[in-house]
Ligand binder design. Structure first.
Ligand SMILES: Nc1ncnc2c1ncn2[C@@H]1O[C@H](COP(=O)(O)OP(=O)(O)O)[C@@H](O)[C@H]1O
Ligand SMILES: [Mg+2]
Length: 306
């Protein structure tokens, strides 16, 4: 079967006088990890719910595998596993019973359920007893269980709302690894309001701001747009003198001291390497490289730039 993935076409969603999404369009065709980022109230949850057929768009449409999504066409739902941000668990059940109930909701027979629950528990690497009562699971364990539950009906597409938010670094890495594995043969689209959560994971990043899709790009090309030929050196020698030295080089511009480093711009990368090697004869240079903005800076610049 040929895949077509997700196609979002001029999607607009209004809640009374609030425009949550404004003519958003994009297509995702290949399996992989896709990150949706934006400040709070940017429209992320609304977009994910429209794709998952839980909200009806005001205008525009969503297609899954070339079939239009609407709240009445429930066959589409079998292709999607949606994990809401505020997903609840049945507190009094065991983890295993919870998975059995969820599998039952997807129409799996008793025998199929048993097989499938065992499969997802193994696949996700649930490292606690499936007989543990849900109420006593840790935050990380709950998130793993919820992730397992959206895999039960083996959907082609996973839509995860803030799935990594609120986890400690160890749990986040554990879940991120499973998401990577899952994304080898499924489309995994997940949202976050924290760029570092999605930056290293995703092959494509979507940025929403006040309902507008302002960026749809690869992390590497976002980064190269952000670095604007900027470099830094740190030196143990006199900063002012090092600054003067750099200013004398005609292919270097905008030399500035920032903290204990010197920041400057150049387009002549090859000349720069030779020049820095020469500079080392006079100055003790402890580090040198492209001046990459940190992720918070990238996020702020992305959101403020448009
Ligand atoms: N059911 C609703 N009724 C009214 N306004 C809503 C509803 N859901 C979302 N909104 C509004 O739509 C905007 C986008 O919300 P949301 O999609 O939840 O953003 P995000 O997930 O990026 O934080 C916000 O201004 C929010 O208040
Ligand atoms: Mg949200």
């Amino acid at each position: 079967m040929k895949r077509h993935g997700i196609k979002v076409n001029n999607l607009t969603k209004d809640f009374k006088d609030v425009r949550a999404l404004n003519e958003v369009s994009f297509t995702i065709e290949k399996p992989g990890l896709y990150g949706l980022i934006g400040p709070n109230a940017a429209g992320k949850t609304t977009l994910l719910k429209c794709i998952s057929s839980l909200l009806v768009p005001t205008e525009g449409d969503v297609f899954i595998d070339n079939t239009e999504v609407n709240t009445k066409n429930l066959t589409i739902r079998s292709k999607i596993g949606f994990l809401p941000e505020d997903s609840g668990l049945y507190d009094k059940l065991t983890a295993k019973d919870f998975l059995h109930i969820m599998a039952g909701m997807h129409g799996l027979s008793k025998d199929q359920r048993k097989k499938r629950v065992n499969e997802v528990v193994k696949y996700v690497g649930i490292d606690f007893s499936p007989n543990k009562i849900v109420r006593y699971l840790s935050t990380g364990q709950r998130r793993l269980l919820l992730f397992a539950s959206v895999l039960l009906h083996n959907p082609e597409i996973l839509i995860l709302d803030e799935s990594l938010s609120g986890l400690d670094p160890i749990n986040r890495e554990q879940l991120a690894q499973i998401m990577r594995k899952t994304a080898e043969d499924k489309i995994v689209l997940f949202s976050s309001h924290i760029l570092s959560d999605i930056w290293s994971l995703c092959e494509r990043i979507f940025v929403l701001k006040e309902g507008d899709l302002i960026v749809d790009d690869h992390p590497d090309s976002i980064l190269s747009r952000m670095t604007d030929n900027s470099y830094y050196i740190t030196t143990k020698s006199n900063l002012e003198e090092a600054k003067k030295y750099l200013e004398k080089l005609d292919f270097i511009d905008n030399v500035k001291i920032k903290g204990d480093s010197i920041i400057f711009q150049t387009e002549a990368v090859e000349k720069l390497n030779t020049a820095i090697a020469k500079m080392m004869e006079e100055f003790v240079i402890s580090s040198f490289g492209p001046n990459v903005p940190d992720l918070d800076q990238i996020f702020t610049r992305l959101v403020n730039a448009s």
